[in-house]
Design a protein around this ligand. Sequence first.
Ligand code: NAI
Length: 448
Amino acid sequence: MYDVIIIGAGPGGYIAAERAGARKKSVLLIEKEHLGGTCLNVGCIPTKTLLNSAKLYRHALEGSSFGVNAEGASFSLAQAMKWKGEVIEKLRGGIEFQMKKFKVEVVTGEAEFVDANTVRLKADPSKTYQGANIIIATGSSPAIPPIPGAKDPAVRDSTGMLSIDFIPKHLIVIGGGVIGMEFASLFATLGSKVSVVEMMDEIIPFMDRQLAPQLRRAIKGIEYYLGAKVEKLEGASVFFSKDGKQEKLEGDCVLMAVGRRPNLEGLGLEKIGIDMSRKGINVDERMRTNLPNVYAIGDITGKSLLAHSASRMAEVAVDAICGGTDRMRYEAVPWVVYTNPEASGCGITEDDAKKRGLNYKTASLPLRANGRFLAENGVTAPGVCKVLVDADTDVILGVHLIGGANSEMIYGVAAFIEDEMRAKDVRQLVFPHPSVSEIIRDTLWELA
Ligand code: NAI
């Protein structure tokens, strides 16, 4: 009998294994494919690796105003893909090392429940394992909508895009969410014509409504069809209706990115009577399901489909197993869209504040007002910092950024929000100069 069995080795599962191992629990980690899950193998890491290659290429093409002439710069998709593969291999090796370090037993195979304390491997049901506690961390998969032609080989999901061996002449992206926009930005940077077809009237559903159009304008080389309902696909041709008119786009590659669904099937969850809906397994703030020894973390809960949320949920679940009182809080989870330029945010948006009836104040500054940003990006580079502060208490409610590599500084905002810091408190902190992060402090000074 293991202390903890974990099903799924993504950033939820492997972090749970590490943390439980560190607390001297006997741990079994079962994974049907590769260590690292979607994030490492077909998600966060490979997309960011390719986006960085594309960004370097763009810098080479556009460096002359900064004094760098790289005549004849070209992009090799094959080499970028090779480097992506090497990065994945290296990081998988890192997880393997961590599993050994924390004495985690790793089994390759697809697990299913026999009862609430027992799992077995589907391919070899004689292999059964018992756990005092079981953590379900099986993640999510791309959703395929019931649109005629959606399963045509010319239509790829994000996984398919990551093994593409050509740069599309015209890429049509269905869905202007995070996945859609990151790939749209990648291929637009590489010179593809890119069209984004989005059902809603704006991209990135959770983003500040004032900033989303600014992000659209900031990413170069993409045309948008907003409020567009895709009706059918024929190969790489997309038929949609917009403002009551029928329209057609002809491309040579289509990316379907209309959301992800939790991987609930095939686990025998009905058999053990777990409480769940189509959105995911229901959990409380300590990641407990309705079964006393079964926990669920990450995308499978449908709560926050982000790798960093999954890892934090893993820590909360392990703490609960160890008898602790840690709890998952979602208010201060930062998000990032790794387009070129990036967008990120933490806390609530202005619309959220209105809905909650809060008395708030906001301020915005262009990133060009920041010395480091201007020096490194030029006078026409787009970027903005918007802050939202409670007008009664001075507590920071949200910070939203577009421009540069803001993914590296949004964690600071998470600390402000988690700690319920006031604008006054942050104005009294010293930020390094010159650094782009100063824009947050300067924008808060606009409210002083
Ligand atoms: P999403 O939910 O972010 O966006 C899907 C978009 O597709 C929405 O804007 C929706 O209105 C639109 N849509 C839905 N049906 C449509 C249709 N029939 N025609 C046109 N548009 C349609 O989902 P996405 O981008 O697939 O990402 C899945 C999850 O993965 C997200 O929850 C996201 O947070 C996570 N993710 C996070 C990343 C990050 O943190 N940087 C990177 C990639 C994914």
